[in-house]
Design a protein around this ligand. Structure first.
Ligand code: HEM
Length: 444
């Protein structure tokens, strides 16, 4: 490395650096690092990691020089669970896969998937008993997993696979988190109850999903779902279809990417609405004006739910992914300094979104900052909920549709009250999610 010294965050422990602080309070650590400069060194174990806090330098790493980086060791660990799908792969293979599956996420397909979202949101609103205590985080996880499974496989041919996914995907999600945070990689190989549970879930998921892939191939045609798109995808140069194991990896990757982050955003949205009665009322009025006599929202309602969209923008500002890790694949230059191949960088949308240089009163929930008279003053480079560049979120339109339809449909029927005395804790798993979110639902 060359140039003047980079500030190192105080408080590291010899040999461990800031690893313990990062495990104990990742959000606090990232916010503290931000105060020390645009590029700040921390230690994760014996190795330095550079935390990037400048929107300009973030663009350099994620966009202009993106080819010089992969996502690093956390994603290598995730690939043991997810396989080699578009989230965990890098380089030329990632570029090809992304190009191949991109059509499945195009705006013309979203209204088809949205029919599933509407049906499931309505079903949930019928199932909830007024006055009940619900764990909203668990409810939203169940809903988004079922949404992912049903948009992937809409055909009745796949009913047994949908049931299997509802059962096994939570095991995949908890295994990714446990392995990403595990300090000892060898633990993954031991026959612990957790590892055995994951091995069983993977076997069952593999059997169920591969058998649906085979059934779809035999029947042919477009079922209006994501699997049909994955099977129809052809490489632009060779004209070849994806091997069935690759279709499986992309299917599992899609289900994990689509369910976890959407459930997190929805859970936080209910938390904030439950704690900001006036905002909740205002959004409900907008929803009722838009839906009229209908119980459930549809994809076509999205443009008329501007206030609800402001709430979601604000939720995604306050609780985006905590970290986008990157690792240099070659010697790199970042903001005028040189770093050797293998250097790790952390980009934190969480810290960026809570920087008072970019947002007034950044810790406050203020959806009006996204109102038409104020939003144009926000620099788009300081808002990264869906990432940017070659690894930017493929499911952004899908996510907007799913979040809006679910929130509108449930707000139309219920209001949400926090359980008195419960203190909510944010944990960094794949996303920055509320650990346990009990709420009481009232009809309204
Ligand atoms: C509120 C919901 C969501 C949020 C906040 C979110 C956020 C993100 C972010 C920040 C990234 C970039 C990661 C990086 O650069 O390292 C990403 C990537 C990705 N997301 Fe999402 N996402 C959401 C929903 C979805 C949904 C619903 C899908 C699928 C339908 C999806 C599929 C993907 C995929 C496939 C990638 C990897 C893209 C690549 O590496 O080429 N996401 N997401």
């Amino acid at each position: 490395m060359s140039g003047t010294a980079i500030p190192r965050l105080p408080g590291g422990v010899p040999g461990l650096g800031h690893a313990l602080a990062l495990r104990r309070d990742p959000f606090g650590l990232l916010l503290r690092a931000r105060a020390w400069g645009d590029v700040v060194e921390i230690g994760v174990g014996p190795r330095p990691v550079y935390v990037i806090n400048s929107p300009r330098v973030i663009r350099q790493i994620l966009v202009s020089d993106a080819a010089h980086y992969d996502k690093g060791s956390l994603f290598e660990k995730a690939s043991a669970v997810l396989g080699n799908g578009v989230v965990t792969s890098s380089g030329e293979f990632h570029r090809q896969q992304r190009r191949l599956i991109h059509p499945a996420f195009q705006s013309t397909r979203i209204p088809l998937y949205a029919e599933v979202m509407t049906a499931l949101a309505e079903e949930l609103s019928q199932a909830w008993q007024p006055g009940r205590h619900l764990r909203m985080d668990a409810e939203m996880h169940r809903l988004t997993i079922t949404t992912a499974a049903r948009t992937l496989f809409s055909s009745r041919l796949a009913d047994h696979a949908v049931t299997e996914i509802q059962h096994s995907l939570p095991v995949f999600l908890s295994t990714i988190t446990a392995r990403a945070l595990s300090p000892v990689p060898l633990l993954e190989k031991l026959p612990t109850p957790g590892n055995r549970r994951f091995a069983r879930a993977r076997q069952r998921m593999l059997r169920a999903v591969l058998s649906v892939i085979d059934d779809y191939r035999a029947v042919g045609g477009d079922q209006g779902d994501l699997l049909s798109m994955l099977l129809a995808a052809r490489d632009a140069d060779s004209g070849r279809a994806m091997p069935r194991e690759q279709v499986y990896d992309e299917a599992v990757t899609f289900m994990v990417a689509a369910s976890e982050s959407t459930a997190t955003a929805l859970s936080w949205a209910f938390h904030y609405l439950g704690n900001h009665r006036a905002v909740e009322e205002r959004v409900r009025r907008e929803v009722r004006d838009c839906l009229g006599e209908r119980a459930a929202a549809r994809h076509g309602d999205l443009p008329r739910l501007a206030r609800l969209r402001q709430v979601l923008h604000e939720v995604l500002r306050l609780h985006p992914l905590a970290l986008l890790p990157r690792r240099a694949l070659q010697d790199v230059e970042v903001d005028g300094r040189h770093y050797p191949r293998g250097t790790q960088f952390f980009i934190s949308p969480h810290a960026l979104h809570r920087d008072r240089r970019h947002y007034a009163a950044p810790a406050d929930f203020d959806p009006d900052r996204w109102a038409p008279d104020r939003a144009p003053h926000i620099d788009p480079e300081t808002y990264l909920p869906f990432g940017v560049g070659r690894h930017g979120c493929l499911g952004e339109s899908f996510a907007w549709s799913s979040m809006t339809i679910t929130l509108a449909t449930l707000l139309n029927r219920f209001s949400f009250t926090p359980v008195p005395g419960h203190r909510i804790r944010e944990v960094m798993a794949g996303t920055s999610r509320p650990c346990h979110l009990p709420m009481i639902v009232h009809p309204c």
